[in-house]
Write a protein that binds this ligand. Structure first.
Ligand code: PEP
Ligand code: MN
Length: 352
């Protein structure tokens, strides 16, 4: 059940509602937003009796039964799509957000050159890993703090928001000091200690789908972050493991509208990791626009053949410029689809 308190409900009313919920044997999980308090009710008990009682309790605006186990992130809980504010821009609103940059931050020259080029071509955020989750312990693990400092420098130069990966709950404070958006990678989607810390941290989180995770598991991971106090979650489809070997992963493009249907959180697509192939980034970005994604996150490198990670799935700077040029007409259609049609002019207008 989800209980929404009235906008100006008092502290006494809230305490009383929580007490009533506990009387019915349930646990209370409240989220205090700017405007109102929302209470998640979890546990086993007589749902109907509890709902009826709460509907009649002072301070309660609505009490609804939620069938999905992911309550706070479900569309049932909130009908309007959530708009996540990220350093002055809005994801989930009327702009298709392109985040671009290298897989790993490698050097000052590499990150500056990439940041300037992607900003000029229309990206709104710079991606780049300072902490890298590599399958092999012998591969490049990232520049860590030095990488974060370089990202900050690139932000100061270009104004781009910074999206960078966080791998451990121990690093949350450090990464949050430099990042506008904390990326949780596929390999950490179910790192529950990390998800809980990100709930407490409050910075927007880009949560990537695990490589063998179902859509419901992705939503349950998002629920961890929101239930621990941070509603600013962006979901990311980045391809899943299947029997197909031609592409690195299989891009589950249907996940985009499915997630929009099941959740109010914005959804972006990562065509680089979803395919592993540079030549598939532009077509899949067009697909993301057409299917109504809220943005994309793509890998771009000044010299992909020299990249320390994921060069094969990184666009060159010129490739990125080309993709953005070709995307323009599609983006116009996307924008139209997000803008409500103007109201019909009243026929009874007075002649002048
Ligand atoms: C990345 O974004 O570079 C990355 C490691 O992605 P994923 O977690 O989706 O594999
Ligand atoms: Mn990568």
């Amino acid at each position: 059940m989800i209980i929404s308190m009235r906008q100006h409900a008092t502290r006494e009313e809230l305490d009383h509602v929580c007490e009533r919920i506990r009387d019915f044997g349930y646990k209370v999980h409240s989220i205090e937003g700017d405007e109102r308090v929302v209470i998640g009710v979890v546990g086993v008990g007589d749902v109907t009796a509890c709902l009826e009682s709460l509907e009649a309790t002072p301070g309660v605006e609505s009490a609804v039964r939620i069938s999905a186990p992911y309550k706070f992130v479900s569309r049932e809980f909130k009908k309007e799509t959530s708009v996540i504010r990220l350093d002055g821009m809005a994801i989930g609103a009327d702009e298709f957000i392109v985040m671009a940059g290298p897989c790993s931050v490698e050097s000052e020259r590499q990150i500056m050159e990439t940041a300037e080029a992607v900003a000029e071509a229309g990206a709104r955020a710079l991606r780049g890993g300072a902490f890298k989750p590599r399958t092999s312990p012998y591969d490049f693990q990232g520049l860590e703090l030095e990488g974060l400092r370089l990202l900050r420098k690139a932000k100061e130069r270009t104004g781009l928001a910074i999206v960078t990966e966080i791998m451990s709950d121990r690093d949350v404070d450090m990464v949050a000091e430099y990042a506008d958006c904390m990326q949780v990678g596929a390999r950490n989607m179910q790192n529950f200690a990390l998800l809980k810390s990100l709930g407490a941290c409050g910075r927007p989180v880009l949560l990537k789908r695990g490589m063998s995770s179902t859509i419901k598991e992705l939503l349950m991971s998002a629920e961890y972050i929101v239930a621990h106090g941070n509603p600013n979650v962006i979901l990311c489809e980045r391809g899943i493991r299947t029997f197909e070997t031609v592409t690195r992963n299989t891009c589950d493009i249907a996940a985009v509208p499915v997630l929009h249907e099941m959740s109010h959180l914005p959804v972006v697509l990562d065509p680089s990791h979803a395919t592993g192939k540079r030549n598939l980034i532009a077509p899949l970005t067009r697909a993301a626009v057409a299917i109504g994604a809220d943005g994309v996150i793509v890998e771009v490198h000044p010299c992909p053949e020299k990249a320390v990670s994921d060069g094969a799935q990184s666009l060159t700077l010129e490739g990125f410029r080309g993709m953005m040029r070709e995307l323009a007409p599609y983006l116009r259609l996307w924008k139209e689809s997000r803008t409500p049609a103007p109201a019909a002019v009243a026929s009874s207008a007075q002649p002048v």
